[in-house]
Design a protein around this ligand. Structure first.
Ligand code: FE2
Ligand code: FE2
Length: 198
């Protein structure tokens, strides 16, 4: 992405730089258990950014995305709902924290980083490489109990087989949503179409 290519240390806001050091903003609403998950997601992103040979400012953005993605995960949905743009107001309560965090961070992070956070649960066809990496790190971090053997195998293929891993994960998550009888969000459907065609 062009925004990523031009990232310099100076263009990163104090909030982003602090997050990359593991310091969350004072308005964070995340329990100790949640912070442990957040730390594992950030560690995976750090590992992948290094393996891809990203520049130092780029790696800072990736790690910050990990630390910030669930920063409002424990805020009550009733508090978040009025603060998200209209197209997100009807989301189930558990999914509001992504859009709400992106709104709260507006002006303090670049558009790709904000989109990565905004859509980290729904997924989005607008994802750049950072958005995809966050979506995958959130799902593949080793603290999750879901399908441990399968996710360990997928982690072992990251980050160099990212497109294929993305296809498998999006496929599995879409299947899970449709089998549980829920309707796919249009952004999720768009991402699914995009990765299938990749
Ligand atoms: Fe989340
Ligand atoms: Fe998360």
């Amino acid at each position: 992405m062009s925004a990523a290519a031009s990232t310099s240390e100076r263009s990163l806001s104090p909030v982003v730089r602090a997050a990359a050091r593991g310091e969350l903003p004072e308005w964070a609403r995340a329990s100790e258990k949640r912070r442990a998950h957040i730390g594992r997601v950030a560690a995976l992103l750090d590992e992948w950014a290094r393996a891809l040979g990203l520049s130092e400012p780029e790696r800072t953005r990736w790690v910050a995305a990990g630390w910030l993605h669930d920063v409002l995960r424990e805020a009550p949905p009733d508090e978040l709902r009025p603060r998200v743009p209209p197209e997100f107001r009807d989301l189930p309560g558990k999914l509001l924290h992504g859009p709400a965090a992106a709104e709260r961070l507006a002006g303090q992070a670049d558009p790709e980083l904000l989109d990565a956070i905004r859509y980290h649960t729904l997924g989005s066809a607008r994802f750049g490489r950072l958005g995809r990496a966050l979506y995958l790190a959130d799902f593949l971090e080793p603290g999750r109990r879901y399908e441990a053997e399968w996710t360990a195998a997928l982690r072992a293929r990251m980050p160099h087989d990212m497109d294929a891993v993305m296809r498998e994960v999006v496929d599995a998550r879409v299947r899970h949503v449709t089998e549980s009888g829920s309707t796919l969000h249009p952004q999720t459907r768009a991402l699914h179409e995009q990765v299938k065609g990749a």
